[in-house]
Design a protein. Structure first.
Length: 146
């Protein structure tokens, strides 16, 4: 079971998170937790005036699937805004629930093996949930916990 779910490519993604550390200097941040598995993530963002992400960092305490999803998120969030993140969150949620097609987010296909493992879906959604909380419901200079 785990060999099918945790491919070498997916496991390799987790090491990239070290390139995107969280620090207290981010303008917007949120902390989220998965109710299904207990994984957690703190994400911070800096944006330019029109809400476009220019920098992000994370602290991730999650399974390999949650770490891989976080890497996929952080690789491609730069240049996106609240609307793009909200749309991606909805599309990924639908995809994981089996009610939508593969979302338009680069590298998301690497998470395909997790579709049959609903216990991992909460961890996968963490980075998009954190970005939504931080950027679409922002309280500048504080960490929103959900």
């Amino acid at each position: 079971m785990s060999e099918k779910l945790y491919t070498p490519e997916l496991l390799g993604l987790a090491t990239e998170l070290a390139d995107f550390p969280f620090d207290d200097g981010f303008s917007f941040a949120a902390e989220v937790r998965s109710q299904s598995c207990g994984s957690s993530l703190i994400a911070g963002f800096d944006v330019i005036d029109d809400g476009i992400v220019i920098r992000t960092g994370m602290t991730v305490t999650a399974c390999a699937m949650g770490q891989a999803a976080s890497t996929i998120f952080v690789r491609h969030v730069k240049g996106r805004d609240c609307e793009g993140i909200s749309n991606a969150l909805a599309a990924i949620s639908d995809w994981l629930a089996g009610t939508g097609s593969e979302p338009d987010w680069p590298d998301i296909a690497l998470l395909q093996p997790a579709l049959d493992y609903p216990a991992r879906h909460g961890a996968i959604l963490l980075p998009w949930r954190a970005a939504h909380e931080a950027l679409c419901k922002p309280v500048a200079g504080s960490v929103a916990a959900v």
